[in-house]
Design a binder for this molecule. Structure first.
Ligand code: NCD
Ligand code: ZN
Length: 346
């Protein structure tokens, strides 16, 4: 039985760090284990222009503990009026590593997102020219479509037609929650990859709804039935280069989640590596954890893997994590996987 595992330092290819007191409070949690992270731009107001990303990057660096080598990889928030020249410049300067597509109204702070996909084709073509990938929140926002079906319908109505119209565009379908999405990613020749979160490997919709409503398991895309979770696990542990970790760790202060209309988002930055080691061990796939957390992501983005390592050690007794992280913006509950965690990062 493996009791110790050394892997290249992991990266997080989908992370919300927020701003202000929340940023200051939670950034150290990701910087502890991760080398780099793709930083989501859904601030209020969103990170739209290169200059916004440059300023936000400085605020993130200022929030990191002294001596931290954590590298924020910046993204721009795609709007219907995004300036293609500004995007190309931000990419070519090395500042920005991807552009994020939110269908308007799909999730937290997505009001400035895209309603009419024809209006962003010019930017997408320019991104294909300069080799800048698009990160996609893959859910339709049509109220006629059941929330549990929104990802599958998005693939058919939006994602596949878009990829056909801009064939050179590199696309990352983010936070997969369905077997439909896993199948779609597997069926693509190239230019398409996907992130999978920690929590979607662990929870299904019963965790949210059975025996009482549990706001700390509510996120978007919402967890689906268990057969989908099993498909996600199979994809994550497969070693297939198209699947990699994007935690979508998305802190909201407890008061904003434990409410009549609670925010979507699960905060997993603190214990993600322990949760993943546990999941991969349960699947007899610890030897493929490194591909998922540390190798497949950089390969798709055309970046080198991190040059240092982390060591995970299996403890005799469960590792304890704080139930919540205190921040100047209020306490943030840490994801509870519902089982004891034995793996700890040394
Ligand atoms: C994210 C957030 O809170 O910003 N919430 C979530 O449930 N994942 C937004 C997102 O990625 O959809
Ligand atoms: Zn997210």
């Amino acid at each position: 039985m493996t009791e110790q595992l050394t892997i290249r330092r992991p990266d997080d290819w989908h992370l919300h760090l927020r701003d202000g007191a929340m940023l200051t409070g939670i950034a150290p949690q990701s910087a502890k284990h991760f080398g780099r992270a793709i930083i989501m731009p859904n601030l209020v107001p969103p990170v739209v222009r290169g200059d916004d990303a440059r300023a936000y990057r400085e605020r993130i660096l200022a929030a990191l503990p002294d001596g931290s080598r954590f590298e924020p990889l910046m993204t721009l928030y795609l709007t219907e009026t995004t300036d293609a020249d500004d995007v190309a410049q931000a990419a070519q300067s090395g500042l920005v590593k991807s552009v994020k597509l939110y269908p308007a109204g799909a999730t937290t702070n997505s009001d400035s997102g895209v309603r009419d996909f024809d209006r962003v084709l010019g930017v997408l073509e320019r991104m294909a020219d300069v080799g800048l990938p698009l990160c996609v929140h893959g859910e339709v926002t049509d109220n006629q479509i059941d929330i549990f079906d929104r990802e599958a319908v998005f693939i058919e109505r939006v994602l596949d037609p878009m990829r056909r119209r801009v064939p050179g565009l590199k696309v990352i379908m983010e936070h997969l929650t369905t077997s439909d999405a896993v199948d779609y990613v597997r069926s693509a020749e190239d230019g398409l990859a996907a992130t999978i979160t920690t929590h979607h490997l662990i929870i299904n919709r019963n965790h949210i709804l059975a025996g009482g409503i549990r706001p700390h398991y509510y996120c978007l895309p919402v967890a689906k039935r268990d057969s989908h979770r099993l498909a996600l696990r199979a994809a994550a542990i497969s070693g297939d280069r198209r699947f990699f970790l994007g935690t979508d760790s998305a802190p909201h202060a407890d008061a904003a989640k434990e409410a009549a209309c609670g925010c979507a988002g699960i905060f997993t930055a603190t214990n993600t590596m322990s949760c993943l080691a546990q999941v991969f061990e349960a699947e007899n796939a610890l030897d493929r954890l490194e591909a998922f957390t540390s190798l497949n992501g950089p390969a798709f983005y055309g970046l080198p893997a991190n040059d240092d390592t982390i060591t995970l050690i299996k403890q005799a007794d469960p590792v304890s994590f704080p139930e919540s992280i205190e921040t100047g913006a209020g306490p943030v509950t840490v994801f509870d996987p519902g089982f004891p965690l034995y793996w700890d990062v040394a």
